[in-house]
Ligand binder design. Structure first.
Ligand code: ATP
Length: 334
């Protein structure tokens, strides 16, 4: 059942495109937003804009300020200074209107454990005053899409964590919001459930929806997000699309395969050709850190010029995880 659900969603969902989104309207506009708890800053002078139709990842350690940002955006708490607008509305004065047009998934979703899955969705359909026939269609669609058919008539109290989370996301999407604010949608989910959630996020985006996704899962962010921002102790320390952040923040690393007897000569040739790089060698591999991509041909030429046969040159593909750790190493050092 899960695979047929995935297939039926996948048919309608293109891969995430990395097109220029600069000309789309701004869905979330955050200006110098700050909020303290007991004199401790939770969010500090945060400014960022999220375009409509974007999947935007908010990354950061525990306590970095991600949940506080969502609560500020939806008007559940007030900032100490700064402002935010969501779908053109001020979070301070229009929290209820924002929440009506937004699907919010919190870390502790409020579902009624005494009601069945379907009854929970019906309860929220009534709450959002959705037309009964539209509500039935929507509930049927979401129960199917989130693979909850077999347990829709069971009480939510008997659901596994994964089922609970899928139902919570279905609930967040029930009233066809324009924007999803998702606080950690997938921790503890098995790979199939995770995939269903990811496909639903992509489907939502492909229909023009905007997503703010708070996650610790860097692979998830890399896979889903058009852009990400990294928060540290409430402050924005990096923003960009995952690929450009990787090339900007992580030193390029390459691996060169040579015969072991050439190791010392290779080290000398590499440092002579591209000063400033770090070279480590073991067995038949030489690893070079910090070489700019455009200098790789010089490096290969220097090895050939020194009479060293080169069997392989492989760039190590960096990930968002490398970016994250590079940023936080810098943070610790400062
Ligand atoms: P996690 O990844 O653990 O969910 P987070 O990035 O969402 O963390 P927040 O929950 O926004 O971080 O917390 C930011 C800071 O504000 C933390 O130091 C936290 O202890 C503090 N904080 C958050 N909510 C409250 C509250 N209601 N009362 C006091 N301090 C709070």
């Amino acid at each position: 059942m899960a695979s047929s659900t995935i297939n039926s969603i996948r048919e309608h969902v293109p891969e995430i495109a990395t097109e220029d989104q600069e000309h789309r309207p701004v869905a979330i506009d955050i200006r110098e937003l700050s909020r303290r708890y007991n004199d401790q800053p939770a969010v500090r002078e945060l400014s960022l804009q999220i375009q409509s139709g974007e999947v935007f990842g908010l990354l950061g350690h525990n306590g970095a300020g991600k949940t506080t940002t969502i609560r500020l955006l939806t008007g559940l708490i007030a900032p100490d200074s700064g402002s935010s607008r969501v779908l053109g509305m001020d979070s301070m004065t229009h929290g209820a209107d924002i929440r009506a047009r937004t699907g919010v998934l919190t870390e502790t979703p409020a579902l009624d454990s005494r009601l069945t899955g379907r009854e929970n969705l019906q309860f929220f359909a009534d709450f959002f005053d959705i037309d009964p026939s539209r509500a039935r269609q929507r509930i049927d669609f979401l129960i199917d899409a989130f693979d909850l058919n077999e347990r829709e008539s069971d009480r939510v109290g008997s659901y596994s964590r994964g089922m609970h989370q899928r139902l919570a996301l279905a609930r967040a999407m029930l009233h066809e919001p324009e924007l999803l604010l998702l606080d950690e949608p997938t921790p503890g989910l098995d790979p199939i459930a995770t995939r269903i959630v990811h496909l639903m996020i992509r489907a939502f985006r492909s229909e023009g929806g905007t997503v703010l996704l708070c996650t610790h899962n860097l692979e998830e962010a890399e896979r889903l997000c058009d852009r990400v921002a990294v928060l540290e102790r409430g402050q924005l320390i990096a923003i960009g699309n995952p690929r450009e952040l990787t090339s900007r923040i992580v030193d390029q690393q390459i691996e060169i395969e040579i015969a072991p007897r050439y190791r010392d000569r290779a080290r000398t040739a590499i440092i002579g050709a591209v000063p400033g790089v770090t070279v480590a060698a073991a067995e038949n591999l030489v690893r070079v850190d910090g070489v700019p991509r455009e200098r790789i041909p010089d490096l290969v030429q220097a090895l050939a010029g020194a009479g060293i046969p080169v069997y392989r040159v492989t760039p190590r593909v960096s990930s968002l995880e490398d970016v994250y750790f590079a940023l936080h190493e810098d943070g610790r050092a400062s």
